[in-house]
Design a protein around this ligand. Structure first.
Ligand code: IVH
Length: 672
């Protein structure tokens, strides 16, 4: 066989194998027997052995996993990967619909209901129809490049079926381990004496983090796509349309989605999906409801964390039944006492649980919980377990009532009732301080790594830290005598504390633990006032006028800063060198970053205007065409530059094509 014949045969075989991969892995409807498939595959592999240059990256043989990697390189997401807000009832879901429709008074949005896949989110980029790279979500801005691992996933096409292929298609979705494969994997692990994975999501995350793609290739991961990142050379106007495009491209998508026009439609779809999802081969933990029209999604935009055009609807959380042994009284950072149940450990939705919140004493009364009861637990929002119900049939009569304490378990001060809350009025209470420091040091607050619970307890109990600001005056001598504290960890902790000074106003406001001020409110306040002294000088009315800050948060913030105790805390933090200004918003890299343009001929706008637009998008404009020019923009009656471009092989684009590039950049900016 000549090389030419081999090339032709190879391309036909590869095409054939791709078709069978799709039929087998995505549609689960094989068209040929395994033996027939193996014969095709073996022939392809033999051709590549004879002519190694036929083994291009999109060849079906490239899925077996390449050599181990030293680590993952970072990938910046041009469109950030956000998460979703959750709802747990139809009432809350309708609240979302009301918010959407209030924001779009002149429109009639429709909605799409689709499964919420319980996997690991990924982003995959195809350039000119070929798999280019794929990444994890990371912190939403930057993820890990896991291309080598993703290549091994059979349901992930290495080549799109779209003709002509778009210049860039970035798809968002979930990688997952099918439920059956997960069970099988755990059986094998147990047989080998290895610890089983808690749930399919952990197993998937653990697999994607493997540096050796050959291990990944042995685990039958799969992918499903539902969203879009950056698109170039392809347009789409709705979620429904997007699902048609995914199907045309050969990209796997949820097997069903529902288009809804009203709340009634939505409640029917959500119910239908709850039935439907039980037959799916992957784990789902809810529905995702999205505004269908992308034009309207763009108008709705996002908050700091999540889009305003989509929401998750969680189906009845999993429950577990266990024995309530004791009740502890925990002191919160504002002095509120929370009853916490200690129980016989029980496995619930992915982890073993032995403590659960009882929220407050009103709840204890309402549910009638007693010590010694058999209780049902649920994970509210999938994280913190809560006691939701008592198994009254299991009572023996020996159960004891939960009596609110009279004195603070941390400092002994007499407690007082504030509505349904029991509070410790001692602002110097060590219990409050410990809770505040734990919150202050949290990852999404001041992010002080290494400042764990036992350390906080020791520092407060020894009197070395009497307020959060004291953290900034700790020395090696203070830390070294503490339990389990070596020289290295002490030095690391000190540098983490030092680093935390630079977090900026938003994180500081969140870290102070002002009642009702979550991350989103803290962001809004920081970007409005920019400096803490401006916020300190603002009246309650001024604070309430900040977008998204309502009267409850407004009053809480104003009250907090009027209090001299809190003012003194802020002063001490300032004197310790903690940054009290907002961080300037991250300079976005324009999408034309690194691209050089030359303009020729007459354009519909003054040349200066066009130059300015290119620069705004991060591009450069030069006078003459060279090998380094990325694009020549040719208007009417182009000059000699056109010839130059031909000579250097520089692509020539029209004004309309330039407008599309600029438009993509504008959308990216709006989305960021
Ligand atoms: S849309 C801007 N659709 O759930 C974010 N997400 O809890 C839009 N997820 O981070 C996400 N199935 O990883 C969307 N059908 C679906 C989903 C889905 C699972 C994940 C996704 C997201 C997380 C939020």
């Amino acid at each position: 066989m000549t090389k030419e014949e081999a090339t032709r045969r190879h391309s036909r075989l590869a095409e054939e194998i791709r078709k069978h991969d799709y039929a087998y892995y995505v549609e689960a409807k094989p068209l040929i027997s395994d033996a027939e498939y193996d014969a095709l595959y073996d022939e392809l592999r033999d051709l590549e052995r004879r002519y190694p240059d036929l083994a291009t990256p999109d060849s079906p043989t490239q899925r077996v996993g390449g050599a181990p990697q030293p680590g993952f390189s970072p990938v910046v997401h041009r469109v950030p990967m956000q998460s979703l807000d959750n709802t747990y009832s139809l009432g809350e879901l309708f609240g979302f619909v009301d918010r959407v429709e209030r924001a779009l008074p002149k429109e009639s949005p429709t909605y799409v209901v689709e499964p919420k896949i319980d996997g690991v989110s990924i982003s995959v980029v195809y350039r000119n129809g070929l798999f280019d790279h794929g990444a994890t979500r990371g912190d939403g801005q930057t993820g890990d490049d896991i291309s080598a691992n993703l290549r091994t996933i059979r349901t992930l096409p290495l080549r799109l079926r779209l003709r002509p292929p778009p210049e860039r298609l970035e798809v968002r979705g979930e990688a997952y381990l099918p439920t059956k494969a997960f069970e099988e994997l755990n059986r094998e692990r147990s047989a080998r004496g290895e610890p089983p994975f808690a749930n399919p999501r952990n197993a998937t995350a653990g697999t994607l983090k493997q540096l050796d793609p050959r291990i990944v290739a042995q685990r039958p991961l799969a992918v499903i796509f539902y969203g879009a990142g950056e698109l170039r050379g392809i347009t789409c106007d709705s979620q429904d349309h997007w699902y048609r495009l995914l199907a045309e491209s050969g990209l796997p998508a949820p097997s069903r989605h529902w288009v809804c026009r009203s709340k009634e439609d939505l409640s029917e779809a959500v119910e239908a999906l709850d039935d439907f999802r039980k037959g799916l081969p992957y784990a789902t933990d809810g529905a995702v409801v999205k505004v269908n029209e992308w034009r309207l999604c763009r108008i709705l935009g996002s908050t700091a964390k999540a889009p305003r055009w989509a929401i998750a609807y969680k189906y009845g959380a999993e429950r577990a039944r266990t024995h309530l042994l004791r009740v502890l009284f925990q002191v919160g950072r504002t002095g509120v006492i929370t009853p916490v149940a200690e129980m016989e450990p029980v496995f619930l939705a992915g982890s073993t649980v032995s403590r659960a919140t009882l929220h407050n004493f009103e709840e204890v009364k309402r549910k009638g919980v007693r010590i010694g009861d058999w209780v049902y637990l649920e994970k509210a929002g999938e994280v913190i377990p809560a006691v939701v119900e008592v198994d009254r049939m299991a009572r023996t009569g020996r159960e004891e009532e939960i009596v609110p304490p009279e004195r603070c378990p941390a400092c002994g001060t007499s407690l007082c009732w504030e509505g349904i809350f029991l509070r410790c009025p001692n602002r110097k209470c060590p219990g409050q301080l410990k809770a505040l420091i734990r919150h202050f040091a949290r990852r999404n607050a001041m992010d002080i790594e290494g400042l764990g619970e036992s350390l906080v307890n020791q520092l407060v109990d020894k009197g070395r830290v009497q307020d959060v600001a004291d953290l900034y005056h700790l020395s090696l001598e203070d830390l070294l005598p503490l339990e389990r504290m070596g020289k290295k960890s002490a030095a690391n902790l000190l540098s983490a504390i030092e680093e935390s000074k630079k977090r900026g106003l938003a994180r500081l406001l969140f870290g102070l633990g002002i009642p009702h001020v979550g991350e989103t409110a803290a962001e809004a306040l920081a970007s409005h006032f920019e400096r803490l002294d401006r916020l300190l000088a603002a009246s309650e009315e001024e604070i309430e006028r900040v977008p998204t800050i309502g009267p409850i948060i407004g009053k809480s913030v104003a009250d907090y800063f009027q209090d001299s105790f809190h003012r003194a805390r802020v002063d001490r933090l300032r004197q310790s060198g903690v940054r009290m200004e907002a961080k300037p918003p991250l300079r976005r890299q324009g999408m034309l970053q690194g691209k050089t343009f030359v303009i020729t001929g007459t354009l519909s706008e003054p040349r200066e205007r066009i130059v300015e637009k290119i620069r705004e998008a991060g591009g450069k404009v030069t006078e003459s065409v060279s090998r380094k020019t990325s694009f020549l923009v040719a208007g009417e009656e182009p000059g000699s530059k056109l010839k130059q471009a031909g000579k250097h092989g520089v692509p020539v684009i029209s004004e309309a094509e330039l407008a599309r590039l600029l438009d993509a950049d504008r959308k990216d900016r709006d989305a960021t």
